[in-house]
Ligand binder design. Structure first.
Ligand SMILES: Nc1ncnc2c1ncn2[C@@H]1O[C@H](COP(=O)(O)OP(=O)(O)OP(=O)(O)O)[C@@H](O)[C@H]1O
Ligand SMILES: [Mg+2]
Length: 381
């Protein structure tokens, strides 16, 4: 009951009532104190001072008209103000009540609650919009968490089931615990270990609070580092790795280690999908008009079928071909690429003319502003 009387509607009605009451007092005081003398002056100016009876009648008429006018005006404005404030207060408190109910549901974990935009002015509308955006974000993050857990469970199931089957066979005497069996067990244990490392890598990369240690650097230095890191693997796989950089490349603001991870993942994928004699090209392109620098990693290997292209940046997504099954990757490399590129305000996209026609992955990073005084320069420059 107390809450009802201290509610928004009551407060608006009481406040409006007080304003109208004060207004009425002022109007009445003005009419009584200033009105008669003004009226008298006008009567005298009109030459009625010699006729006291007419003057007193006119004064009486003025007073009663004034009183009736003020009384009717106050009564009407009181009624209208009360009606308008009740209607307004109802709409306002209705909208706040909806918001309160929705917030309570959300705090209990029901994230599909949305409120209607009340059209009660920008402040109310903005609060409702902000609440809906918050609910969208919470729902998306819950869906992502659920999917991540389902993906992890799914990825763990296969190696664990295999290890269990092998151990049961050993227990039942069907298999010997020889070097071969131990090697298979180790292979699956490695898979679990790699998976746990990948999961922590992807959750670090996707953390919205990921801290970047940025510096202003030339893209050619980033490419040089990545090529140096991959050189041995490429040499032993007999795949040629070439880099191409235009004469003048704009600089980027980048965390060298993270971009190194991005390019390393792309070069790993390219190597995995090529065979001896193939070529992988890593190149920088100056797209000054768009304020961007792009880096492409292009191979002439397996290629990617069009139906898989939209999904390859999803966590744990692997194209299920023989090579992907054999190498035992987690399908996480490209989701890390995407998360780290986006953390640099960049974008990533994949292109392939289809199976057997190679693949090109392009990352685009914003070019550093001409004078990036706030960012430290690359110490190697
Ligand atoms: N250069 C490429 N050529 C052909 N297919 C590719 C290429 N790069 C990625 N893919 C496809 O995209 C899928 C996803 O790649 P991603 O790097 O995310 O996972 P992965 O390489 O399978 O495993 P991980 O990187 O976790 O070891 C791969 O399984 C592969 O099928
Ligand atoms: Mg990969």
């Amino acid at each position: 009951m107390k809450a009802r009387w201290s509610g928004l509607a009551t407060r608006i009605v009481v406040t409006t009532g007080i304003v109208i009451f004060v207004e009425a007092l002022v109007a009445a005081a003005t009419a009584l104190l200033i009105g008669p003398s003004l009226f008298q002056q006008h009567m005298i100016a009109a030459g009625l001072e010699d006729d006291p009876a007419a003057l007193s009648h006119a004064e009486e008429a003025f007073r009663s008209t004034n009183t009736v006018a003020v009384a009717v005006a106050v009564a009407c404005s009181m009624v209208i103000a009360v009606i308008v404030s009740i209607l307004l207060a109802r709409r306002m408190s209705g909208s706040l009540r909806d918001l309160f109910t929705a917030a309570s549901r959300t705090s209990r974990g029901v994230f599909d609650t949305r409120v209607e935009i009340p059209n009660l002015g920008s402040e109310f509308d903005q609060v409702a919009e902000a609440f809906n955006e918050l609910s969208d974000a919470l729902q998306a993050s819950r869906t992502m968490r659920k999917r991540l857990l389902a993906d992890v469970a799914h990825e763990l199931r296969t190696p664990i089931a295999t290890i269990r089957a092998i151990l049961e066979s050993v227990e039942d005497g069907i298999k010997d615990l020889n070097a071969d069996t131990l090697a298979t067990l180790n292979l699956h244990l490695d898979r679990i270990t790699r998976l746990s490392e990948d999961i922590s890598a992807v959750s670090r990369a996707e953390d919205p609070n990921l801290e970047l240690d940025t510096c202003v650097t030339s893209v050619d230095l980033l490419i040089e580092d990545a090529v140096r890191a991959a050189a041995d693997k490429y040499a032993s796989a007999q795949v040629t790795l070439i880099s191409s950089i235009p004469d003048v490349v704009p600089r980027v603001v980048a965390d060298r280690q993270r971009i190194g991870q991005v390019l390393g993942n792309l070069l790993d994928n390219a190597l995995r999908h090529t065979t001896p004699g193939d070529t992988v090209k890593i190149a920088a392109h100056d797209d000054r008009a768009a304020g961007q620098v792009s880096v492409t990693v292009a191979d002439n290997g397996d290629g990617i079928a069009a139906e898989h292209l939209p999904n390859i940046f999803d966590r744990f997504y692997r194209v299920d071909n023989a090579r992907d099954r054999d190498h035992g990757g987690s399908g996480i490399g490209l989701s890390i690429v995407k998360a780290l590129t986006q953390a640099h305000q960049g974008t990533v996209e994949a292109h392939s003319d289809g199976l057997g026609h190679g693949a090109t992955i392009t990352i685009r990073l914003p070019a550093a502003p001409a004078a990036s005084g706030t960012d430290k320069p690359d110490p190697r420059d």
